[in-house]
Design a protein around this ligand. Structure first.
Ligand code: ADP
Ligand code: MG
Length: 399
């Protein structure tokens, strides 16, 4: 159950509010432009609410992995610019590589109600990812209230996500964080049934914790994508040059057995698109899983599998999807992923997308708007689905 303090529970008028957002947006190496501003747009409701309430808004975020070494290419300057445009007011960018210093403190202390500033990339400080007290304290010294709206960073125990809360009296979650926890948490805790979970993506090993957790909750578990070939292999079929994690064969067998014991329907592909090479233009065709030629690799689910999977989805009242069904970045191998996205978009059910590549696929194919929720947290949504406590969520006070 959702029980965190939110910005609706606190009075921010005239207060200095440090708002942790997830502005870790992709930036084009060639042009320096932001190529996907979904995370910026998703943060706007909370920022607008704080401005409207007359808070002094101090924004912070990390970007990329500078590992404590400031670099121009990972500066948040372009984010400040986009934010200013979206908000229709100046977001002053405090371009200091040490993030917090005396000048920053001075500027913040001179802020007026409704003003907005953005600190430099918190990971320009090496202490950030080590959750070291000194930087947490520096961040805390800037504010009266701390608000975490960075769901995409909630799985990290870092200063600006977790440590800072130890040194600020009042903290809360923002609207985006609230929405993510309510929707993902609600689907896991009290799903309307039948509850179907679709897992795909490259590797079984990336998703073991998710499978372990969800096999106890779902009615149907669908396995596609690169990870499916380890399951197919475990059943005794040849998989040619397809992705294989041989050391996960026993795990796959255990899961299939566990599903049977628990009465969970576990679906794996019955046919697959195979290609001669890992290339969009390579020779490719569809075969049943019993007949995968040695010199090919599986790149997408086949037509029969699409039918099998989408029929199960259509019977569901809650569907969570993580991990593409094939190498969707190559148009010839995107059909399976597209069919799942389309079916989820069409059904009358709670539909949730978690995972960075899955969210990108769904948005790119134009189905994002038709889902109940596309999570903004890649790694964080995965960890959430694994059932582990996220440090950035745990750190925030309960009501
Ligand atoms: P997410 O980010 O949504 O959690 P993953 O990172 O686990 O998803 O997986 C995404 C990647 O899996 C994509 O880059 C996709 O190309 C790859 N993938 C899917 N199916 C296959 C396959 N059959 N062979 C190789 N890679 C695959
Ligand atoms: Mg990914």
């Amino acid at each position: 159950m959702f029980n965190k303090k939110t910005i609706d529970d606190i009075n921010t008028k005239g207060k200095r509010v440090l708002l942790r957002c997830d502005f870790n947006v992709p930036i084009s190496k060639e042009t320096g432009e932001i190529t996907d501003e979904n995370r910026i747009v998703s943060s706007l409701p909370t920022i607008k609410k704080l401005i409207a309430d007359g808070a002094k808004v101090i924004l912070c975020s990390h970007m990329g992995k500078p590992k404590g070494v400031p670099s121009k290419s990972l500066s948040l300057a372009p984010v400040a610019e986009r934010l200013s445009e979206h908000l229709g007011k100046e977001v002053r960018f405090l371009d200091y590589d040490d993030v917090v210093n005396d000048e920053v403190k001075e500027i913040v202390s001179a802020m007026k109600d409704g003003d907005v500033v953005l600190l430099q990339n918190t990971r320009f400080r090496k202490e950030e990812t080590k959750n070291e007290e000194n930087f947490s304290k520096e961040l805390a010294s800037l504010c009266d209230i701390y608000i975490n709206d960075a769901f995409g960073s909630a799985h990290r125990a870092h200063c600006s996500v977790a440590g800072v809360t130890d040194f600020v009296d009042t903290n809360a979650v923002g609207y985006l964080m609230e929405k993510e926890i309510r929707i993902l948490g609600g689907a896991l805790d009290e799903p309307e049934r039948p509850f179907t979970v679709i897992l795909g993506g490259a590797k079984v090993s990336d998703k073991i914790e998710v499978i372990d957790n969800l096999i106890n909750k779902a009615d149907t578990l669908i396995i596609g994508g690169g990870m499916a070939y380890t399951f197919i292999y475990a059943k005794g079929y040849g998989i040619g040059k397809s992705l294989l994690e041989a050391d996960k064969t026993q795990y796959a067998l255990d899961m299939m057995k566990k599903a049977e014991e628990k009465g969970v329907k576990l679906l794996i592909p019955v046919d697959t698109v195979v290609a001669k090479d890992f290339d969009n233009d390579a020779e490719h065709f569809t075969v049943d899983i019993e007949n995968i030629p040695d010199d090919t690799l599986g790149v997408d689910i086949g037509e029969k599998t699409i039918e099998l999977f989408t029929n199960a989805i259509k019977e569901s009242k809650t569907v969570i999807w993580n991990g593409p069904m094939g190498v969707f970045e190559m148009p010839n191998y995107a059909k399976g992923t597209e069919a799942i996205a389309k079916t989820m978009a069409e059904i009358d059910a709670v539909t949730i997308i978690g995972g960075g590549d899955s969210a990108a696929a769904v948005d790119q194919m134009g189905y994002g708007e038709k889902m109940t929720h596309v999570s903004t947290g890649g790694g964080a949504s995965l960890e959430f689905l694994s059932g582990v406590d996220l440090p950035g969520v745990s750190a925030v006070d309960e009501k």
